[in-house]
Design a protein around this ligand. Structure first.
Ligand code: MET
Ligand SMILES: [Zn+2]
Ligand SMILES: [Zn+2]
Length: 424
């Protein structure tokens, strides 16, 4: 096959971006149909796993010369978060290309349809250059990352299909950087999503009394905010990085007595509720956090109850913080560093990803996983309005992956393949 022009490459990216895969009703069928076509064009073996009905996971394989070597898995999720279309300059599924700036606007342009397509484009290029991998290269396009990955990667890592892949290293998503260096992540914070519900005595809106639902809940809000400030101050002062503190944010507030014409103003409600998004860094004192929650934020003595909607484990199966060594003790690490360098890029200091990704499920079972999305000179717009990626950064990223895949796929004189070399 002849190499594609930049215009063709960009229009394929736009085509993927135009498929509405927003939660909570992603069009997975359309995404998988499109991606299967791309896989064909890249000459990859494809199978669709439906571990959960209606949630297809597309598994692609580029067979290596020595399939007994540990494989490399390039993961990306197909779903995206919802948006508020009327607040965008260009509709979120238009993938509008602003000619002056070269920006492509779309939900998923950074998170993370870019990465999935860049993997595929890089493989096309490597193939047309005649490259053949030593080890198997797998690509997964997974559902439901944005709602916790339970019917996606969490189920996948338990499947026989996954076990048969003999994965040695996983690459998953990262974040853009404003500068020239690419960010890379060796671990991430664990998400806790929870609701706190308050009950209390209802009463006249003019009456000052103790024990109303609002008062019970607002005392928690004050305690939570105080803790939030203490953590945020550590980041503001530069003492800690964003990924190294506990974040707590209010996802919603719900209370009051609604009527068709608005909320009742002179009635103190008997119930009130908040939703919290908490992120815990690896190595956090879990018991202390659980105690804080049960004793300060949602004590039953104040008529409060809490319920987890999402409670990821912070530890791996060995009971250790689930992080991937990003130093010479991990033979994959220098390969990744070297590969980016060879493509003219540079990695920044390895960080803890401040949000959460499917990489946690791989790290939990003891696999090394790095978070990396090649987007330099780009503001962080994941989950934000007007998410965009510039055409040039996107194209540059393909070159970076070309180098990464070439390097990781090639049997090297490194401990990665110690056993296999002994066989030779
Ligand atoms: C709770 S699963 C993670 C979903 C999404 N990636 C986030 O960080 O919010
Ligand atoms: Zn993502
Ligand atoms: Zn996301």
């Amino acid at each position: 096959a002849s190499p594609s022009s930049d215009a063709e490459v960009i229009s394929r990216f736009q085509e993927y971006l135009r498929i509405d895969t927003a939660q909570p009703a992603p069009d997975y069928a359309a995404a998988v149909a499109f991606l299967r076509g791309q896989a064909d064009a890249a000459g990859l073996e494809a199978s669709t796993l439906e571990l959960v009905a209606g949630k297809p996971l597309l598994l692609l394989r580029w067979p290596g010369r020595r399939p007994s070597l540990p494989s490399v898995l390039l993961n990306s999720h197909t779903d995206v978060v919802p948006s508020e279309p009327h607040k965008w300059e260009h509709p979120p599924f238009s993938a509008a290309l602003d000619e002056a700036s070269g920006r492509i606007y779309a939900r998923g342009s950074q998170d993370m349809k870019c990465v999935g397509m860049q993997y595929l484009e890089a493989i096309r290029r490597l193939r047309s250059a005649g490259f053949i991998p030593d080890r198997d290269i797998y690509l997964t396009f997974v559902p439901d990352e944005e709602i916790g990955g339970h019917d996606g990667v969490e189920a996948f890592v338990k499947s026989t299909e996954f076990k048969e892949m003999n994965v040695g290293l996983v690459l998953d998503e990262g974040l853009p950087s404003l500068g020239e260096e690419y960010r890379v992540f060796y671990g991430e914070r664990s998400p806790w999503w929870l609701t706190i519900k308050a009950k209390g005595a209802p009463g006249h809106g003019a009456k000052l009394y103790d024990g109303s639902a609002m008062e019970n809940l607002m005392k928690s809000v004050e305690a939570i905010r105080k803790f939030r400030t203490s953590q945020f101050d550590l980041v503001k002062s530069g003492a800690k990085a964003e990924g190294d503190v506990v974040s707590v944010n209010f996802a919603y507030l719900k209370a009051g007595t609604p009527t068709p014409t608005g909320f009742v103003m002179n009635l103190q409600p008997s119930e009130a509720e908040i939703g919290l998004d908490i992120r815990l860094p690896p190595g956090v004192h879990i018991e202390a956090m659980e105690r804080r929650l049960a004793e300060e934020w949602a004590p039953s003595s104040r008529n409060l109850t809490f319920e987890f909607k999402q409670k990821a484990s912070v530890l791996d199966k060995f009971g250790k913080p689930a992080v991937t060594p990003a130093d010479s003790s991990n033979s994959w690490w220098p390969l990744l560093e070297e590969a980016v360098k060879r493509a003219g890029g540079k990695l920044g200091k390895p960080e803890i990803f401040p949000a959460s990704t499917d990489a946690r499920y791989f790290r939990e079972i003891g696999l090394p996983a790095f978070g990396f999305s090649p987007m330099a000179n780009t503001p962080i717009l994941l989950h934000d309005h007007n998410e965009f990626l510039s055409k040039d950064e996107y194209l540059k990223g393909i070159g970076i992956y070309e180098s990464i895949i070439r390097t990781l796929a090639t049997l090297k004189d490194s401990n990665v393949d110690e056993e296999s070399r002994a066989e030779l």
